[in-house]
Design a protein around this ligand. Structure first.
Ligand code: 3HC
Ligand code: NAI
Length: 711
């Protein structure tokens, strides 16, 4: 495709129209910036043309730089491209008005292009933003210098540091956009461009606007707040802070010097581990929906009616997901009292959204009306999908699947929300194992964005494809995993929890272990997570799955004791911590209990370094992840990363456990695992795949790539 086609040039009487055609999202791939420059030069040189309109073809304006190019630069395949800034400077210096017409999204380099134009018009549902921070970088084409000139330093810093999308209305109110166009965008933009040309004034260049930065003392105070908030929200992550630094330079430096300073910070960020991790996550989030062997041609089932069994913690949340997506859902419990309780929790959750202004009363009632509470299976014969969310007990699950097999329609999907149990054994309770699949939601199910979709050995492609699409329809990320204890997430999490508890028995305190992981970026420390999820839940899962612990292997001592003491965590006001409401307070009694139990069991107490805590908690997961990959339970290492980021509060800027290991270097990770294997044996046996990759100086990412090539 020639550059001209990437940016088509046409004339509408005295107005030149440049249309970017680079589907799907009009990214600024090589040729697009050059096409814009050539179009603007051509219009500038044509006496019959009085102004230029730049617009996106297809579904959106420009969604930013081509992110694929960044990897080529950091891996040395390609030189950093500094020409884009020059192109935007040329556009801005055009003597004829250049009007940017925005629909869909103008993101990153897209908004930067728009800001280098003299004026911006947008349709009311357009969105703009500088999401670079979500890739671990800062805007690299003038965004941090032009945005504060349009909307002020404070707002620009907040937009860049958060990476959030800004609505067209907000963009208009804050000076980023000049006009909203209600009717046809192109027509409106052409009319606007004509009006600007008719004034006879030189076009307004964003770089020259100097009266919108805001009051220095006020924005400095605001920036301090943004920095503190970033340091708290994304602990250890640098990009949000670097964004604030760059924006703050805008009022301090002449424009061109500001651009140079921005370019320097951009380069530093681009080559950081943080950026490599976040770009991995960006593509990973999209890669997980692609399942080898399942394509567009795989038939899907229509999901028009759902049914859930069990209105407890998970069943209620799952029912909300269906109602939120507009799918009618029946919700069954064993008795009226439990049913009423479950429905009351759902209503309370919706009411809390209404209080926060996230939902209207009308929508609340509409959603409640989509949920039909019941204590019988009446109507289940009409369900296209039945999701079981009863207690984590194999005998009970088999009984329930036997019951639904007898009444469900022939094509219906029969899903289990089990968090650890064998899907094939559950499927064995039916005469249609091809219809049985795991839909493992995460708690709270109405909020957490992940579903592990567990494929049994007989699950049909249609059931898998429908489940993957359904996850999207429920606004979740579905990741396909294989069957086996704990699937991917919980099997690795068990190793993580085990090491956290062993560390306590060997001399670390509860607070120390949690703080190390929290400061590293995890949403919560491992013991605080136990208290949130319920120590009783963990113990029951453990009891249900004793057979997967090898004979004679060390198991954690104290969890069972806490369970016996009735300390289930937040729900009973005490677990590893004591609770005042949801506030965790360290409990010296429990730290003393750990020392006592460990000493009685002959475990030596010692001072444990933060580094050892980090390594043992993380590398134990990585080692298990490598086994899951080799067993084919996880399809790709990036699937594991996305599961951890979406389901377990793993910091995205670390890339997920497998990418974090890649970034440390698999040789180093393998050596440390060997070291712990020498010291402790048992749980530390290195995964053969990890050994193989470490010895060949490879990464998990390369392994994914090789596997995909062979498939
Ligand atoms: N570069 C390369 N590919 C991109 C891309 C980009 N900027 N944005 C999207 N894509 C690809 C996706 O990977 C996906 O590919 P696939 O079909 O092969 O999986 C395809 O385009 C469609 O994307 P989505 O599935 O995400 O489509 P949606 O309609 O759901 O979302 C979107 C559209 C909101 C534009 C979303 O794609 C998005 O947020 N894109 C990234 C935007 C961004 O981060 N821009 C900043 C880039 S960095 C930059 O501009 C630096 C600058 O300062 C110099
Ligand atoms: P829960 O105890 O809160 O709810 C289970 C509900 O099922 C109870 O209300 C019970 O009365 C009901 N029930 C039992 N037998 C029934 C039957 N025959 N018909 C209708 N209802 C019946 O349990 P929770 O936490 O919701 O767990 C449910 C499932 O979800 C389990 O398999 C669990 O492992 C899994 N899970 C739990 C997560 C969590 O964090 N709680 C996370 C992910 C999965």
């Amino acid at each position: 495709m020639s550059d001209q086609e990437l940016v088509a040039y046409s004339t509408h009487d005295d107005i030149a129209v440049l249309t970017v055609n680079n589907p799907p999202v009009n990214a600024l791939s090589p040729g697009v910036p050059e096409g814009i420059r050539d179009g603007v030069s051509k219009a500038a040189a044509d006496d019959a043309i009085r102004a230029v309109v730049l617009i996106g073809g297809g579904r959106t304006f420009i969604a930013g730089a081509d992110i694929k190019e960044f990897g080529k630069i950091t891996s040395g395949q390609k030189k950093p491209d500094i020409g884009f800034n020059e192109i935007l400077n040329e556009v801005e210096c055009c003597a004829k008005p250049v009007v940017c017409a925005i629909h869909g999204t103008a993101l990153g380099g897209g908004l930067e292009t728009a800001m280098a134009c003299h004026y911006r018009v947008a349709v009311p549902d357009a969105m703009v933003g500088q999401p670079e921070v979500k890739l671990g970088i800062i805007p690299g084409a003038g965004g941090t210098q032009r945005l504060p000139r349009l909307c002020g330093v404070a707002k620009a810093a907040e937009i860049c540091a958060s990476g959030r999308m800004v609505s067209a209305k907000e963009a208009l109110d804050s000076g980023i956009v000049d006009k909203l166009i209600e009717g046809d965008l192109l027509e409106g933009a052409i009319a606007f461009a004509r009006e600007q040309a008719a004034t006879g004034e030189p076009p307004r260049r964003t770089r020259d606007i100097a009266d919108r930065f805001g009051n220095e003392a006020e924005y400095k105070m605001f920036l301090q707040g943004v920095r503190q908030e970033c340091a708290k929200r994304v602990r250890g992550m640098q990009a949000p802070l670097r964004n604030v630094d760059a924006v703050e330079l805008a009022p301090q430096l002449p424009f061109m010097e500001g651009l140079e300073a921005e370019a320097k910070i951009f380069q530093e960020c681009l080559f950081s581990d943080e950026s490599k991790a976040m770009i991995h996550v960006f593509f990973g989030q999209r890669a997980v929906s692609k399942v080898p062997g399942i394509g567009k041609e795989t038939p899907r089932l229509d999901i028009k009616q759902a049914a859930i069994i069990g209105a407890g913690t998970m069943g209620g949340g799952i029912a909300m997901n269906y109602a939120n997506a507009g799918i009618p859902v029946m919700l069954k419990e064993t008795d009226q009292e439990r049913l009423d309780k479950g429905v009351a929790v759902i209503r309370k959750n919706y009411e809390s959204s209404v209080k926060k202004g996230k939902l209207t009363e009308e929508k609340l009632e509409k959603r409640m009306a989509l949920i039909t509470p019941t204590t019988t299976y009446d109507g289940f014969e009409n369900a296209d999908i039945i999701v079981e969310a009863v207690f984590e007990n194999m005998a009970l699950k088999k009984e329930v699947f036997g019951e639904i097999d007898a009444i469900a329609k022939p094509q219906a999907i029969l899903a289990s929300n089990t968090s650890t149990l064998d899907i094939d054994e559950i499927a064995g309770a039916t005469k249609r194992p091809e219809s049985v699949i795991g839909h493992h939601f995460f708690s709270p199910a109405n909020i957490m964005p992940l579903i592990e979709i567990v494929r049994g050995k007989a699950t049909s492609d249609t059931v898998i494809a429908t489940s993957m699409d359904l996850a999207k329809g429920l606004r979740k990320t579905g990741v396909l995993v294989g069957n086996g204890f704990g699937f991917v997430g919980n099997r690795m999490f068990e190793q993580y929890q085990r090491q956290a508890q062993f560390l306590l028995e060997e001399g670390a305190t509860i607070e120390q272990v949690d703080k190390v992981l929290y400061d590293w970026g995890m949403a919560m420390g491992p013991l605080a997570v136990c208290d949130l999820a319920g120590i009783d839940v963990g113990i029951r899962v453990h009891q249900e799955n004793l057979d997967h612990i090898p004979e004679g292997y060390r198991t954690a001592l104290v969890g069972q004791k806490l369970f016996d003491m009735g300390r289930y965590g937040q729900k009973t006001g005490a677990g590893w911590y004591q609770y005042e409401g949801r506030k965790a307070i360290p409990d010296p009694e429990i730290n003393a209990l750990i020392v006592k139990m460990a000493t009685e069991a002959g475990i030596e107490q010692r001072e444990i370094s933060n580094q050892e805590i980090l390594e043992r908690c993380l590398y134990s997961m990585v080692n298990e992840g490598a086994k899951l990959l080799a067993e084919g339970i996880a399809l790709r290492s990036v699937d594991i990363d996305i599961i951890y980021i979406m389901g377990y509060g793993f910091p995205a800027f670390r890339g997920g456990p497998m990418k974090a290991a890649d970034l440390v270097g698999l040789k180093e990770v393998y050596d440390r695992i060997c070291h712990y294997n020498d010291q402790y044996g048992q749980w530390w046996k290195p995964a053969p795949l990890l050994k193989q990759l470490a010895e060949s100086d490879a990464t998990f990412t390369q392994y994914d790539y090789q596997q995909a090539k062979q498939a």
